[in-house]
Design a protein around this ligand. Sequence first.
Ligand SMILES: [Fe+2]
Ligand SMILES: [Fe+2]
Length: 191
Amino acid sequence: MDLKEAKELARKRLGDKRYHHTLNVEKMAVKLAERYGADCDQAALAALLHDTAKEMPTADQLALLRAHPDLAGNTENRPTPIWHGVCAAILAKTEWGVTDEAVLSAVACHTAGKPGMTLLDKILFLADMTSEERDFDGVEELRQLEMEDIDKAMYKALDDSMTFVKKGNKPLDSMSAAAWEDFRKLLAARG
Ligand SMILES: [Fe+2]
Ligand SMILES: [Fe+2]
């Protein structure tokens, strides 16, 4: 699947607001890829695909996860807001001909992160949080930090979202907590 096809697919599967978000994520992902010497086409493809399962009904997402246990792992036991990334990766691999495992990985972990994230995983995760239309408290600081030090930005992003989840008494995803711990250790080792 090339970038033009991915853009058409996103347009077809998403409402106006989320499609607009997707284009902004693509822009930010390419900017980060340029900054860190990653492949811009991979970053753009991952960005265009990342939310393509977000408007699927939850029941359909669950059915898709159950139809592909090898790709879904234990996703169904994780918080439902995380499912859409894994579902998009499953559809991309099984129906849309996306074979690039690096892109599939970034799409699958874009909401919660995971331990051992690759540069492309980090780029998509942060691009999704700092795309142009995002306006939460602290987003400017995160935009600055992600251009300076992508690992520090990942740590801050995960730390903030864990605080947010805990405050709202929402279930904390263990993979996300493991990703947080991963960056905490990495930064501690760097001193
Ligand atoms: Fe998403
Ligand atoms: Fe998104």
